[in-house]
Design a protein around this ligand. Structure first.
Ligand SMILES: N[C@@H](CCC(=O)N[C@@H](CS)C(=O)NCC(=O)O)C(=O)O
Length: 222
């Protein structure tokens, strides 16, 4: 069975959990993290799940980060690479229409998320939730909120061209952006109305995998 190391509150792990659910691949999750545990962040005095600083783990993933998978001895880290691997190996038709061109578009959006949405969401979650109260900055929150609004407005424009990010159908291109944006929605920060983006998120919200791994607030804030 596929083995996955990570934590359900990490956006990178959520990408893999959502993809595994869509591809209907059974897996065994080992909770692992240097920074987060059952009750929250080490910055707030909580105990992390651990498991990422052992020699065995570092031999699989020298970064000591999550997620990592072991699929019958094939070991891989870097969440978007894992998502692409699972899609290609287990559900190419469902997850990118079995088309090399659509697959290339999915890579484009998955890479875009890492430099467009992730830095913003990382700063927001830290300054709203994970840092001790005295270290949180309202100004930092406002700066990154504006970045999120700018990037979500870019997506609003994309949805005028196609109902999903890589075209007419759901694909792995939608997974990393939707996770970041769902997290932003849970932050309850101001943003303009973005009707097409809201409609896209509502359509994704009908998917069982999204309901289970991404929608609940405690998947982002515990
Ligand atoms: N680009 C990497 C980032 C890996 C990464 O930084 N993962 C975060 C969680 S999203 C992590 O390991 N955080 C520290 C921890 O929980 O130990 C990926 O997408 O896999």
């Amino acid at each position: 069975m596929m083995k996955l190391w990570g934590r359900p509150t990490s956006t990178c792990t959520q990408r893999v959990l959502w993809t595994l659910a869509e591809a209907e691949v059974p897996y065994e999750l080992t909770l692992a993290s240097a920074t987060m545990g059952e009750n929250g962040h080490v910055w707030l005095g909580h105990t992390p799940y651990g498991g990422v600083d052992t020699l065995a783990y570092l031999a699989m993933n020298p970064n000591g980060s999550i997620p990592t998978i072991d699929d019958g001895g094939f070991i891989l880290w870097e969440s978007n690479a894992i998502v692409a691997y699972i899609a290609r190996r287990y559900a190419p038709k469902k997850l990118f229409g079995g088309s090399e061109q659509i697959f290339a578009h999915t890579l484009k959006w998955m890479m875009w998320v890492n430099y467009s949405l992730e830095p913003a969401m990382s700063a927001l979650i830290n300054h709203l939730e994970r840092l001790p109260a005295g270290k949180r900055s309202v100004q930092v929150v406002e700066e990154w909120r504006q970045v999120m609004v700018e990037k979500m407005t870019l997506l609003e424009g994309q949805f005028a061209r196609s109902p999903y990010l890589a075209g007419e159908a759901f694909s792995i291109a939608d997974i990393p952006p939707a996770i970041a944006i769902q997290r932003f929605e849970h932050c309850r920060l101001d943003r303009p109305r973005l009707p097409r983006l809201e409609n896209w998120l509502a359509r994704l919200g009908e998917r069982e995998a999204f309901r289970r791994h991404i929608a609940p607030r405690d998947k982002h804030f515990s």
